[in-house]
Design a protein around this ligand. Structure first.
Ligand code: URA
Length: 254
Protein backbone atom coordinates (compact mmCIF):
# COMPACT_ATOMS: atom_id res chain seq x y z
CA UNK A 1 0.00 0.00 0.00
CA UNK A 2 1.56 3.28 -1.11
CA UNK A 3 -0.64 6.24 -0.22
CA UNK A 4 -0.11 9.57 -1.90
CA UNK A 5 -1.87 12.92 -1.90
CA UNK A 6 -4.64 13.05 -4.48
CA UNK A 7 -3.61 16.39 -5.98
CA UNK A 8 -0.10 14.99 -6.43
CA UNK A 9 -1.40 11.81 -8.06
CA UNK A 10 -3.53 13.79 -10.52
CA UNK A 11 -0.73 16.21 -11.36
CA UNK A 12 1.69 13.31 -11.94
CA UNK A 13 -0.72 11.92 -14.55
CA UNK A 14 -0.90 15.15 -16.51
CA UNK A 15 -4.39 16.11 -15.32
CA UNK A 16 -3.05 19.60 -14.59
CA UNK A 17 -0.80 21.36 -12.13
CA UNK A 18 -1.12 20.55 -8.42
CA UNK A 19 -3.19 23.72 -8.06
CA UNK A 20 -5.50 22.81 -10.94
CA UNK A 21 -5.88 19.28 -9.60
CA UNK A 22 -6.73 20.74 -6.19
CA UNK A 23 -9.49 22.85 -7.75
CA UNK A 24 -11.01 19.82 -9.47
CA UNK A 25 -11.04 17.98 -6.16
CA UNK A 26 -12.62 20.93 -4.29
CA UNK A 27 -15.30 21.13 -6.97
CA UNK A 28 -16.23 17.52 -6.21
CA UNK A 29 -15.18 16.23 -9.62
CA UNK A 30 -12.83 13.59 -8.28
CA UNK A 31 -13.96 10.25 -6.86
CA UNK A 32 -12.03 7.52 -5.13
CA UNK A 33 -13.67 4.09 -5.17
CA UNK A 34 -16.98 5.68 -6.07
CA UNK A 35 -16.98 8.31 -3.31
CA UNK A 36 -16.41 12.00 -3.99
CA UNK A 37 -13.47 13.59 -2.19
CA UNK A 38 -13.26 17.26 -1.35
CA UNK A 39 -9.77 17.87 -0.01
CA UNK A 40 -6.62 17.82 -2.19
CA UNK A 41 -4.56 16.49 0.70
CA UNK A 42 -6.63 13.33 1.00
CA UNK A 43 -4.65 10.23 0.18
CA UNK A 44 -5.18 7.27 -2.10
CA UNK A 45 -3.20 4.34 -3.42
CA UNK A 46 -2.98 5.07 -7.15
CA UNK A 47 -2.08 1.48 -8.00
CA UNK A 48 -5.10 -0.01 -6.21
CA UNK A 49 -7.81 2.61 -5.73
CA UNK A 50 -10.22 3.41 -8.56
CA UNK A 51 -9.83 7.14 -9.14
CA UNK A 52 -11.99 9.06 -11.58
CA UNK A 53 -11.98 12.66 -12.74
CA UNK A 54 -15.24 14.13 -14.01
CA UNK A 55 -16.56 10.60 -14.40
CA UNK A 56 -13.58 9.36 -16.39
CA UNK A 57 -11.44 6.61 -14.83
CA UNK A 58 -7.83 7.62 -14.32
CA UNK A 59 -5.46 5.13 -15.96
CA UNK A 60 -2.58 5.43 -13.52
CA UNK A 61 0.91 4.89 -14.84
CA UNK A 62 3.82 5.50 -12.53
CA UNK A 63 5.99 6.52 -15.47
CA UNK A 64 5.48 7.46 -19.08
CA UNK A 65 7.70 6.39 -21.98
CA UNK A 66 7.34 7.98 -25.39
CA UNK A 67 9.02 7.26 -28.69
CA UNK A 68 9.60 10.37 -30.76
CA UNK A 69 10.82 10.76 -34.30
CA UNK A 70 12.85 13.88 -33.59
CA UNK A 71 12.92 16.44 -36.37
CA UNK A 72 15.91 18.68 -37.07
CA UNK A 73 15.80 22.17 -35.59
CA UNK A 74 14.63 21.38 -32.06
CA UNK A 75 16.81 20.94 -29.01
CA UNK A 76 16.87 17.83 -26.83
CA UNK A 77 15.84 19.46 -23.58
CA UNK A 78 12.76 19.83 -21.42
CA UNK A 79 12.72 23.61 -21.48
CA UNK A 80 14.64 26.32 -23.25
CA UNK A 81 14.07 30.05 -22.98
CA UNK A 82 14.80 30.66 -26.67
CA UNK A 83 14.54 27.45 -28.65
CA UNK A 84 11.81 24.94 -29.31
CA UNK A 85 12.43 21.70 -27.41
CA UNK A 86 11.43 18.10 -28.00
CA UNK A 87 9.13 18.31 -24.97
CA UNK A 88 7.34 21.26 -26.60
CA UNK A 89 6.38 18.86 -29.40
CA UNK A 90 4.58 16.42 -27.09
CA UNK A 91 0.79 16.66 -27.60
CA UNK A 92 -1.27 17.67 -24.58
CA UNK A 93 -2.82 14.20 -24.20
CA UNK A 94 0.64 12.69 -23.64
CA UNK A 95 2.20 15.54 -21.72
CA UNK A 96 3.61 15.21 -18.24
CA UNK A 97 5.41 17.92 -16.36
CA UNK A 98 8.53 15.91 -15.59
CA UNK A 99 9.16 14.61 -19.10
CA UNK A 100 12.71 14.81 -20.36
CA UNK A 101 14.64 13.29 -23.27
CA UNK A 102 16.56 10.16 -22.24
CA UNK A 103 19.81 11.11 -23.93
CA UNK A 104 20.39 13.98 -26.27
CA UNK A 105 20.39 14.20 -30.02
CA UNK A 106 21.98 17.30 -31.53
CA UNK A 107 19.74 20.04 -32.84
CA UNK A 108 20.30 18.86 -36.43
CA UNK A 109 20.13 15.11 -35.66
CA UNK A 110 16.85 13.36 -36.39
CA UNK A 111 15.29 10.04 -35.44
CA UNK A 112 14.64 7.87 -32.44
CA UNK A 113 14.40 9.64 -29.12
CA UNK A 114 12.81 8.35 -25.93
CA UNK A 115 11.10 10.82 -23.63
CA UNK A 116 10.25 9.76 -20.13
CA UNK A 117 9.80 10.90 -16.55
CA UNK A 118 11.71 7.87 -15.23
CA UNK A 119 15.23 8.83 -14.25
CA UNK A 120 16.31 5.27 -13.40
CA UNK A 121 15.24 4.06 -16.83
CA UNK A 122 17.22 6.84 -18.52
CA UNK A 123 20.29 6.03 -16.47
CA UNK A 124 20.08 2.34 -17.35
CA UNK A 125 19.71 3.13 -21.02
CA UNK A 126 22.52 5.65 -21.18
CA UNK A 127 25.22 4.12 -19.01
CA UNK A 128 27.92 2.61 -21.25
CA UNK A 129 28.25 -0.15 -18.63
CA UNK A 130 24.75 -1.36 -19.48
CA UNK A 131 25.82 -2.05 -23.08
CA UNK A 132 22.76 -0.57 -24.74
CA UNK A 133 23.91 0.10 -28.30
CA UNK A 134 22.51 2.97 -30.33
CA UNK A 135 22.50 2.71 -34.11
CA UNK A 136 22.90 5.77 -36.31
CA UNK A 137 22.62 6.27 -40.06
CA UNK A 138 25.19 8.81 -41.15
CA UNK A 139 25.74 10.56 -44.45
CA UNK A 140 29.39 11.56 -44.65
CA UNK A 141 31.56 13.52 -47.06
CA UNK A 142 33.78 10.67 -48.24
CA UNK A 143 33.94 6.90 -48.59
CA UNK A 144 33.99 4.57 -45.60
CA UNK A 145 36.35 1.63 -46.00
CA UNK A 146 38.46 -0.87 -44.12
CA UNK A 147 40.72 1.77 -42.59
CA UNK A 148 37.83 3.72 -41.01
CA UNK A 149 36.07 0.51 -39.97
CA UNK A 150 39.19 -0.77 -38.22
CA UNK A 151 39.80 2.53 -36.46
CA UNK A 152 36.22 2.55 -35.14
CA UNK A 153 36.62 -1.03 -34.01
CA UNK A 154 39.86 -0.30 -32.20
CA UNK A 155 38.38 2.72 -30.39
CA UNK A 156 38.66 6.09 -32.09
CA UNK A 157 40.87 8.68 -30.39
CA UNK A 158 39.14 12.04 -30.59
CA UNK A 159 40.95 15.29 -31.26
CA UNK A 160 41.14 16.11 -27.54
CA UNK A 161 42.72 12.71 -26.77
CA UNK A 162 39.54 11.04 -25.52
CA UNK A 163 39.55 7.35 -26.37
CA UNK A 164 36.14 6.03 -27.46
CA UNK A 165 34.90 2.54 -26.76
CA UNK A 166 35.02 0.19 -29.76
CA UNK A 167 32.25 0.95 -32.23
CA UNK A 168 30.86 -0.92 -35.20
CA UNK A 169 31.01 0.95 -38.50
CA UNK A 170 29.47 -0.41 -41.69
CA UNK A 171 29.55 1.20 -45.11
CA UNK A 172 25.99 1.46 -46.41
CA UNK A 173 26.57 2.64 -49.97
CA UNK A 174 24.02 5.17 -51.14
CA UNK A 175 24.51 6.38 -54.71
CA UNK A 176 26.00 9.87 -54.97
CA UNK A 177 26.40 10.29 -51.19
CA UNK A 178 28.43 8.23 -48.75
CA UNK A 179 26.31 6.44 -46.19
CA UNK A 180 27.34 4.48 -43.14
CA UNK A 181 25.86 2.81 -40.10
CA UNK A 182 27.49 3.37 -36.73
CA UNK A 183 26.74 1.54 -33.54
CA UNK A 184 27.95 3.02 -30.24
CA UNK A 185 27.13 2.52 -26.61
CA UNK A 186 28.43 5.83 -25.27
CA UNK A 187 26.83 9.23 -25.52
CA UNK A 188 29.61 11.79 -25.48
CA UNK A 189 28.79 15.25 -26.78
CA UNK A 190 28.67 15.17 -30.62
CA UNK A 191 30.20 11.71 -30.38
CA UNK A 192 29.46 10.30 -33.83
CA UNK A 193 30.42 13.55 -35.56
CA UNK A 194 33.68 13.73 -33.61
CA UNK A 195 34.48 10.08 -34.31
CA UNK A 196 34.12 10.65 -38.04
CA UNK A 197 36.19 13.84 -37.85
CA UNK A 198 38.93 11.86 -36.12
CA UNK A 199 39.12 9.57 -39.17
CA UNK A 200 38.95 12.42 -41.67
CA UNK A 201 35.25 12.43 -42.51
CA UNK A 202 32.59 15.03 -41.84
CA UNK A 203 29.02 14.05 -40.98
CA UNK A 204 26.53 15.80 -43.24
CA UNK A 205 23.40 14.17 -41.89
CA UNK A 206 22.71 12.00 -38.85
CA UNK A 207 19.69 9.96 -37.82
CA UNK A 208 19.31 7.54 -34.91
CA UNK A 209 17.33 4.48 -35.96
CA UNK A 210 17.68 1.98 -33.12
CA UNK A 211 18.28 1.78 -29.37
CA UNK A 212 19.08 -1.75 -28.17
CA UNK A 213 16.62 -3.74 -30.28
CA UNK A 214 14.01 -1.00 -30.39
CA UNK A 215 13.70 0.36 -33.91
CA UNK A 216 12.28 3.74 -34.85
CA UNK A 217 8.63 3.28 -35.84
CA UNK A 218 8.67 4.18 -39.51
CA UNK A 219 5.04 5.27 -39.41
CA UNK A 220 5.91 8.11 -37.04
CA UNK A 221 6.39 11.32 -38.98
CA UNK A 222 9.11 13.71 -37.89
CA UNK A 223 7.93 15.56 -34.80
CA UNK A 224 5.38 12.90 -33.84
CA UNK A 225 5.49 10.70 -30.77
CA UNK A 226 3.55 7.87 -29.23
CA UNK A 227 3.62 5.76 -26.09
CA UNK A 228 5.96 2.79 -26.02
CA UNK A 229 4.44 -0.59 -25.31
CA UNK A 230 5.71 -2.80 -22.49
CA UNK A 231 7.27 -5.10 -25.05
CA UNK A 232 9.05 -2.20 -26.75
CA UNK A 233 10.45 -1.07 -23.43
CA UNK A 234 11.99 -4.49 -22.97
CA UNK A 235 13.50 -4.28 -26.45
CA UNK A 236 15.56 -1.27 -25.35
CA UNK A 237 17.57 -3.55 -23.10
CA UNK A 238 17.91 -6.43 -25.53
CA UNK A 239 20.92 -6.65 -27.80
CA UNK A 240 19.99 -6.72 -31.50
CA UNK A 241 22.89 -8.97 -32.42
CA UNK A 242 25.33 -10.43 -30.01
CA UNK A 243 28.00 -7.73 -29.88
CA UNK A 244 30.92 -8.87 -32.00
CA UNK A 245 33.21 -5.94 -31.36
CA UNK A 246 36.45 -6.99 -29.73
CA UNK A 247 35.67 -10.71 -29.91
CA UNK A 248 37.93 -11.63 -32.81
CA UNK A 249 40.52 -14.35 -32.39
CA UNK A 250 44.10 -14.12 -33.63
CA UNK A 251 43.03 -14.90 -37.21
CA UNK A 252 40.54 -12.07 -37.23
CA UNK A 253 37.66 -14.57 -37.10
CA UNK A 254 34.72 -13.84 -34.89
N1 URA B 1 26.42 11.73 -32.02
C1 URA B 1 26.42 12.97 -32.55
O1 URA B 1 27.43 13.46 -33.02
N2 URA B 1 25.26 13.63 -32.53
C2 URA B 1 24.12 13.15 -32.06
O2 URA B 1 23.09 13.82 -32.10
C3 URA B 1 24.14 11.84 -31.53
C4 URA B 1 25.31 11.15 -31.52
Amino acid sequence: MFMERLDKILASQGVGSRKEAGLLIRRGLVEVNGAAVSRPEEKADPERDAISVAGKPLRFQRHLYLMMNKPAGVVSASRDSREKTVVDLVPEALFRRDLFPAGRLDRDTTGLLILTDDGDFAHRMLSPKKHVYKLYEATVDGPVGTSEIEKFEAGVVLEDGTVCLPAKLTAAGGGSSFKALVEIREGKYHQVKKMFLAVGRRVLCLKRVRIGSLELDKTLKEGECRELTKRELELVFQAKNKCVIGLKNADGQI
